[in-house]
Design a protein around this ligand. Structure first.
Ligand SMILES: [Zn+2]
Length: 308
């Protein structure tokens, strides 16, 4: 039994990069679970939960091993950069499994994927809304030959909303969970918290999800506590504004909307409405840009589609 503090060194990146992580070995043999936090640099609830979970876990009770990386995207964390890696402005969660011959983010993705995901039995990638983003807690998994096991993990995370994505949802191609699924590793992206806030309730939400997933995988004793009435969604619509300006949402995250209902407006700085945002189809808004400042072509929100 041991908890080992380790470090992934990536000297081939300009300036070099060191990513701290820990390995926790259980008293009994079992699966290898990887926890990633901070794939996006300002999603603090997930980062804290990764660190806290391995502090709390009782190794005598643990079957298998946990590799836990509290902050993957060290450059974005240091620079406090939302969504992207500052060096090349690429979104790390669109670059997996990475490319050793690519730009900074591709190389980072490649080394992270090879070190922590390939060879793992399961992956939980912990996220939150980023600095200008609010969201309803959700667990996302991908359709794949290992999709059934990923779906069980997503329900065990107990966020209330589970989103199944098909390979055709190209707006998040290259995500950690999609690349893991393609490598045969059941994986979920777990979203709790947001807006650059480190709040105890969101950290606790992630911790409950991790405990439940470990129980469900047989790594911790006891049955997972999975609430009744969680909603599964099949894919989602991401909505963008054609014009820049002042964005004000007029809907409730997690509450169903009908086709055509008003979701918010984009105005000019006098307050004159330039663009009314209406639901193109029925569904449930699960995340929204919470900052009023939006650029033309900017992302506003996502509506999850009902399960088919
Ligand atoms: Zn994220």
């Amino acid at each position: 039994m041991s908890i080992r503090r380790r470090r992934l060194d990536i000297p081939e990146l300009p300036g070099g990069l060191e990513i701290p992580y820990v390995e926790v070995a259980g008293a009994q043999s079992g699966p290898r679970l990887t926890l990633l936090g901070g794939v996006h640099g300002c999603e603090y609830a997930g980062m804290k939960a990764v660190r806290r979970f391995v502090e709390l876990v009782d190794q005598a009770e643990l079957s298998g091993s946990i590799t836990a990386v509290p902050v993957v995207n060290i450059p974005a964390f240091r620079e406090r950069t939302a969504f992207v890696v500052p060096h090349d402005r690429k979104n790390l969660n669109r670059c997996f499994p990475g490319d050793p011959a690519g730009t900074y983010t591709d190389v980072l993705a490649h080394r992270v994927f090879d070190t922590f995901v390939r060879g793992a039995d399961y992956l939980v990638d912990l996220h939150a809304g980023d600095l200008p983003e609010s969201l309803q807690p959700m667990a996302i998994y991908d359709e794949s030959p290992v999709g059934d096991r990923a779906r069980e993990m997503a329900f065990a995370y107990a966020t209330g909303h589970v989103v199944r994505l098909s390979p055709q949802e190209s707006n998040i191609a290259g995500s950690s969970s999609a690349a893991a699924a393609a490598a045969g590793v059941p994986a979920i992206i777990a979203e709790v918290g947001g807006n650059g806030v480190l709040d105890g309730a969101s950290v606790e939400g992630h911790l409950r999800g991790l405990r439940n997933v470990c129980r469900q995988l047989g790594m911790l004793p006891g049955a997972p506590e999975i609430p009744e009435g969680q909603t599964e969604h099949h894919g989602w619509v991401w909505m963008y504004t054609p014009v820049g300006g002042w964005w004000e949402p007029q809907m409730q995250l997690g509450s169903a909307v009908k086709e055509g209902s008003l979701l918010g407006t984009v105005s000019d700085l006098y307050g004159d409405v330039l663009y009314e945002v209406r639901a193109p189809e029925a569904g449930v808004p699960l995340f929204v840009t919470s900052s009023p400042a939006v650029a033309g072509g900017g992302l506003l929100l996502a509506i999850a589609r009902p399960a088919r």
